[in-house]
Design a protein around this ligand. Structure first.
Ligand code: ADP
Length: 865
């Protein structure tokens, strides 16, 4: 056995090996230690290997799914080794092969790898989250990415520059990433596979075969890098499914320019799908999601992860939300109906992957039937928005399939297939006859019981059934002898302490009839199951489209519901690079405040080309971060096609959204936080465009005062003068307010506070102008710093301020700096002179000595000796 185990473990590689032994999956050696730790189950030992006891733990097969779920959550991957023959078959084989029958070992094989990115089981998946698997293939400076949600078969291919890979992976949020082992750059969390699997030719060929097409042109234009990634992805799916491929829908090309670009830091900082602590609670999606189906919630997450940049497409989504917003009764009716909608996409995924159950077929039937009803209901409405009209055709057209499944399946088919009982009466007459035969035999057995009681006079005689004996007649022990007589018509089968069991010819006949009819009925049901699965597979793309259309409608209805609930406004999307928000709110902070009975103070924001950069000052805890983020979230929601938490919003299309938080807020992240802050800031300065929207929260705080102020100053100047994008910059550096005089499109704002009876009252109102003073000490007092300490700090502050007034201080010193634009001009002039000198040179006419002399001269020209 150990040899077999070790051979399988070799194949399993770094996956835990679930080794099937009867009713248990057993784990050995280090696998056992890992699993026992993650699952918190007992670690025992079994036998010895190399003189050492072998660590072992096990999980019961019937409960394996829940253990698998915990292992996958714990970051493990699992290889499932099943018994591929029965013990009897193993013995027969041993006999044929001439080896000792008593030691015959049941053959086992790995039937499947269970990994985070390749799950299809309902119990292992989160209903409201897509489960993505991504493969990347670097091809000369550029990277192909193939991403698929195995549970629904949705597949997307894209290509990006190497530097943008982090942002793309952050958007996809894959639970598993695979990469070629020989990739030129390391990807820490990726699973590395043989580089030869990432071949574009092979990838294209696999896609053509899977979709039965001669060319992929009909699906879109795929680059070599994309196809290489697809090749790697499909090879991995072959490996984990041991050759059985899951559902893969035709790949869609994702064009990076079609989506609002956000890098990983921005996503994390805005807490879009996950809050800082990890998990959905406290995130944007948690407070806005009013979808009533899992598929809707997954679509919403996708919309928020990749908002649009196309005005028409955004307008279409908004029009549908607006239409449902204006029709509360219709919306209510629709949402009530969708509530009972099964997860059609995932049921289809399981069915196509060969892991479907009768229940999944029932879900397809019910889901497609519901789609038809939604189609008829919405189709009857007037003035339908364009997006709805585009979706309607996808909802209908499954009449034949619904009808077939309706006739074939019982109303609620079971999850288990092996026991049958899922094909409805009247669908197959032969099956009905078989069932009738068993029914008749069962009734005959009941009649026999009455007859035997009568004949023997034993009132307590019973006919029973169990798995070992089948049907038998049982009487209490004291009556046993009466039936033992040779001419009684009963044959003895078993004597227990207080009962004796018999058979009879009549019972035997009826029992055989039941067994035979049952076996035939099971076979018939199995055959029907395969037929129905075949029908579903034949319509897989149309079914997937229906599921997607229903999800889109659920998202729109949910968005309308959320907007109605919160008094949200429909944003107007314009081309001009402006941002005009009236009465804006932060949805997450507002929800948290209202849960504790507090009121959120709404604030306006008005950026325009000539007033594009707002410096926001004011005390700590005054609401600066909240204000910055709420405006970023409003842009994001609007471009995702949602109403926004504001009284009115006019938003100039944004191409890239950046959000950065000064290091002090992020201490938990562990890396050199200031370094991280600067790396992230550098990314903005190199990537933002005039169409971008940037929020910078206390950037520069992670270092000493002077460094920090200097950096903040330089960053604000660069954003204002060079990038010229819309920007909100929160800072506690008073000195930055001097910039208002030097930057004409920059204005000063602050969050208001008031001291009242010696205490600080934070008003959370954003006002124009600069904070009249710093409230640090007041905030310290508010936070409970002991009075003597605050008093002492006051004395120190007075001294510092006095010193600063005498020497002119930081602010005065900064006032003398040349303007950013002027400095840039001087540099450009110098370049011009250099260019002139170089052009004038006739290199061929120079002696080596002259050349050297010339080089020194050029160096002097740029100010170096
Ligand atoms: P700052 O960035 O100025 O330190 P925050 O934006 O982090 O301040 O806000 C601190 C707290 O103040 C928030 O957690 C919230 O409870 C409250 N707050 C912020 N903005 C508002 C607002 N507009 N209305 C009501 N409360 C607010």
């Amino acid at each position: 056995m150990m040899a077999q185990y070790l051979a399988l473990k070799e194949q399993a590689g770094d996956c835990l090996l679930f080794y099937r032994m009867g009713d248990f999956f057993e784990l050995f050696f280090d696998d056992a230690k890992t699993a026992a730790g993650v699952l918190d189950i007992a670690l025992t030992t079994r036998g010895e290997h190399g003189g050492e006891p072998v660590p072992m733990c096990g999980v019961p097969v019937h409960a394996a799914e829940s253990y698998l779920a915990r292992l996958i959550k714990g970051g493990c991957r699992v290889a499932i080794a099943e018994q591929t023959e029965t013990p009897d078959e193993a013995k027969a084989r041993a006999k044929r092969e001439g080896s000792p029958v008593s030691k015959a070992l049941v053959a086992r094989d790995i039937v499947r790898f269970v990994t985070a990115g390749t799950l299809t089981e309902e119990a292992l998946l989160e209903p409201r989250r897509a489960n993505m698997l991504a493969a990347i293939a670097p091809v000369r400076g550029s990277v192909g990415i193939a991403a698929v949600d195995i549970s629904t078969g949705r597949m997307e291919l894209e290509e990006c520059e190497e530097g943008a890979l982090g942002a793309v992976l952050a958007r996809i949020g894959a639970s598993e990433v695979i990469a070629p082992e020989d990739a030129a750059f390391p990807l820490d969390d990726a699973i590395h596979r043989d580089g030869r699997e990432f071949a574009s030719e092979a990838g294209a060929k696999r896609l053509r075969t899977i979709h039965g097409v001669a060319t992929l042109d009909g699906f879109g234009h795929f680059t070599r890098a994309m196809l290489a990634a697809a090749g790697g992805l499909i090879a991995y799916l072959d490996h984990v499914g041991r050759g059985a491929l899951p559902l893969l829908l035709p790949p869609v090309v994702r064009d990076g320019a079609g989506a609002l670009a956000m890098d990983a830091a921005t996503r994390a900082s805005l807490e879009i799908l996950e809050a800082h602590g990890g998990g959905r609670k406290g995130s944007l999606i948690a407070v806005i999601d009013r979808c009533v189906t899992g598929a809707g919630a997954r679509q919403l997450a996708e919309d928020l992860a990749a908002p649009l940049t196309n005005r028409t497409a955004i307008g279409e989504r908004l029009a549908l939300v607006g239409w449902l917003h204006a029709a509360p009764l219709l919306r209510e009716e629709l949402r009530t109906a969708l509530k009972s909608l099964p997860d059609v996409g995932r049921a289809l995924g399981r069915v196509v992957a060969g892991r479907g159950s009768p229940r999944d077929l029932g879900q397809l039937r019910d889901g497609l039937d519901m789609a038809r009803r939604v189609h008829d209901r919405l189709g009857a409405e007037n003035d339908r928005p364009a997006l709805l009209d585009a979706l309607l055709p996808d909802l209908a057209g499954h009449g034949a399939l619904v009808d077939l499944f309706g006739r074939a399946l019982v109303p609620s088919p079971p999850t288990e297939r092996a026991k049958g009982g899922f094909i409805a009466e009247g669908y197959d007459h032969a099956l009905d006859d078989l069932r009738q035969t068993s029914g008749n035999a069962r009734r005959a057995i009941a009649a026999l019981e009455a007859k035997y009681r009568d004949e023997t006079g034993i009132g307590s005689l019973k006919i029973k059934h169990n798995g070992v004996l089948g049907y038998f007649i049982e009487v209490p022990a004291k009556h046993g002898d009466a039936l033992m007589a040779p001419d009684s018509g009963f044959t003895h089968r078993q004597t227990l302490a207080n009962a004796v069991r018999f058979n009879s010819l009549g019972l035997h006949e009826e029992a055989s009839r039941i067994a035979e009819a049952g076996a035939h009925a099971l076979a018939a049901e199995e055959a029907h199951f395969e037929e129905l699965v075949g029908e579903a597979i034949a319509s897989r793309e149309a079914i997937a489209r229906t599921a997607a259309a229903l999800a889109r409608i659920d998202v729109a209805a949910g968005a309308a519901e959320r907007a109605a609930e919160g008094g949200w406004a429909r944003p107007e999307i314009v081309d001009a690079p402006s941002l005009a928000i009236e009465g804006g709110r932060h949805p997450v902070v507002e929800a948290a405040l209202s849960a504790s009975g507090e009121r959120f103070v709404a604030n306006d924001c008005g950026l325009a080309h000539d007033d594009r950069l707002w410096l926001v000052g004011g005390p700590n805890m005054g609401g600066k971060s909240t204000f910055l983020r709420q405006n970023a979230l409003i842009v994001l929601l609007a471009q995702a096609g949602s109403f926004v938490p504001a009284d009115a919003a006019k938003i100039g299309l944004v191409d890239r959204l950046f959000s950065r938080v000064g290091a002090a807020d992020n201490l938990a992240r562990g890396r050199s936080t200031f370094m991280v802050e600067m790396v992230e800031t550098a990314a903005i300065l190199s990537q933002a465009t005039e169409r971008s929207f940037v929020i910078l929260d206390e950037v520069g705080r992670g270092t000493s005062t002077y460094d920090g102020l200097a950096l903040a100053w330089a960053v604000v100047e660069a954003v204002h003068d060079t990038i010229r994008c819309r920007c909100l910059f929160a800072t506690h550096y008073h000195e930055l307010s001097l910039m208002a005089d030097r930057c004409d499109a920059l204005s000063l704002h602050y969050v208001r506070a008031r001291e009242w009876k010696g205490d600080l009252v934070l008003l959370h109102e954003v006002a124009e102008g600069s904070a009249d003073r710093s409230y640090g000490l007041a905030v310290a007092k508010l936070a409970g710093v002991p009075a003597p300490v605050v008093k002492r700090a006051r004395a120190v502050l007075d001294k510092l301020e006095k010193g600063r007034a005498e020497t002119g201080g930081i602010a005065a010193g900064l006032g003398d700096l040349p303007l950013f634009a002027a400095a840039a001009e001087a540099e450009e002039e110098q370049c011009d002179t250099l260019r002139e000198s170089l052009r004038a040179l006739d290199i061929d006419a120079l002696s080596p000595r002259d050349a050297l002399e010339k080089l020194y001269e050029l160096k002097r020209e740029v100010g170096e000796d």
